[in-house]
Design a binder for this molecule. Structure first.
Ligand code: SAH
Length: 363
């Protein structure tokens, strides 16, 4: 049991079961004990590894995408380069290094980070000292933006509903007493079925009994705000995450600890909790805000289109044999279908009147 377990158990004893979203928000974001609030979770020593931590090629190619998109926008003299949930700041550091290839772009850019974790803000400041930090997307500057979100939306709290013969019931976290007198956390369905199912994705409504549907209200609210921002001030966004292109039933809540799967309801605050991103719902939210959503692509196809194979070749030409092996293995991890290449998707969003971004020229 963790300090956070006791706190959550106290809440449940006092006010009844918590929604999974409330549980997830506490487990990840509790100011003292939340998973992201007290440690740096990435890297070989941490619990998981993300694309920018696998290889500098990831951020560099995204940097070239940003510079290219800025050119397609007509090279505006000022642009906000925004990252949501920048982790250790590695991706932005690589983006900015690549951006120096187009000095006019590098001069036009001002960096904005949206981050809630003080520990990670410290890491980001060490790598990108001149950024401006925001607690939410609500305070982003009123100017054109180029926005990147890598493994951000999967960390936002989800709600789950399960179908029974009486309709869709919310899955809630409750206390299961142990024989020893302690407790475990477990799931319980809300007694009342949803009166109105309009919040559930259309694609799940005729799922059979027992099926689980997920929604991410926090992610949709952010996407709608950003869609509106892009429509008003111009710009483009890249959302990269693992997830599915069509809304489908399924329980995708998962916990990862020490590079292994763990029980999401054991030791809250000690494991990373994420859920698959439902890109269909996310795309709808961006569109609702007024932005244009381009067809979903896979991370493998996107990086290949941006030239990762050539980049790897060029880096390998200057590398020693051990480094060359690392580059080859990073290329494989980022793009191969059995690694991150297919599970991870890239959703591209732009202002409605903007020229097609790279990869969509013929669209
Ligand atoms: N993009 C990074 C880190 C991904 S982990 C990478 O690819 O390595 C998720 C990141 O989102 C962390 O930086 C975490 O602190 C941040 N985060 C999680 N919930 C957030 C929220 N509600 N608002 C802002 N940042 C959040």
């Amino acid at each position: 049991m963790t300090p956070l377990s006791d706190l959550i158990a106290g809440l449940i004893s006092g006010q009844g079961p918590l929604t999974i979203a409330d549980y997830m928000a506490l487990a990840l974001g509790h100011p003292q004990h939340g998973y992201y609030m007290k440690q740096v979770p990435f890297g070989e020593q941490g619990d998981f590894i993300t694309a920018p931590e696998i290889s500098q090629m990831f951020g560099e190619l995204i940097g070239l995408w940003c510079a290219d998109t800025w050119t397609r926008m007509g090279s505006p003299p000022e642009i906000a380069l925004v990252e949501l949930g920048p982790g250790r700041g590695t991706l932005m550091q690589d983006v900015l290094r690549a951006a120096t290839a187009l000095p006019a772009f590098a001069d036009a850019v001002e960096v904005h980070f949206v981050e809630t974790s003080p520990v990670l803000t410290g890491e980001q400041r060490a790598r990108v000292p001149n950024a401006t930090w925001h607690a939410s997307v609500a305070t982003l500057p009123e100017k054109p933006l180029l926005l990147i979100a890598n493994e951000f939306f999967d960390a936002l709290p989800i709600r789950q509903f399960q179908r029974t013969e009486r309709g869709w019931h919310e899955r809630c976290v409750t206390l299961i007493p142990q024989e020893s007198g302690g407790y475990d956390f477990g799931l319980q369905l809300s007694p009342e079925a949803l009166a109105n199912t309009s919040m559930l994705p259309l694609g799940v409504l005729d799922a059979p009994q027992g099926a689980v549907a997920e929604i991410c209200p926090a992610g949709e609210a952010i996407a709608e705000t950003l869609g509106n921002h892009l429509a008003r001030f111009g710009g483009a966004a890249l959302t990269i995450d693992y997830g599915h292109g069509q809304s489908a039933p399924g329980d995708t809540l998962q916990a990862v600890r020490g590079h292994d799967y763990a029980d999401p309801f054991a030791d809250p605050g000690e494991a990373d909790l994420t859920a698959h991103v439902d890109f269909a719902s996310l795309a709808q939210a961006f569109a609702k805000g007024g932005a244009k959503v381009w067809p979903l692509t896979t991370q493998g196809a996107f990086l290949t289109m941006l030239g990762i194979t050539e980049r790897a070749k060029r880096l390998s030409a200057k590398a020693n044999p051990a480094q060359a092996r690392d580059i080859k293995s990073a290329l494989e991890r980022l793009t191969a279908p059995k690694e991150m290449g297919t599970l991870f998707k890239v959703l591209t969003i732009t202002a409605p009147n903007m020229a097609a971004p790279a990869g969509f020229d013929a669209a």
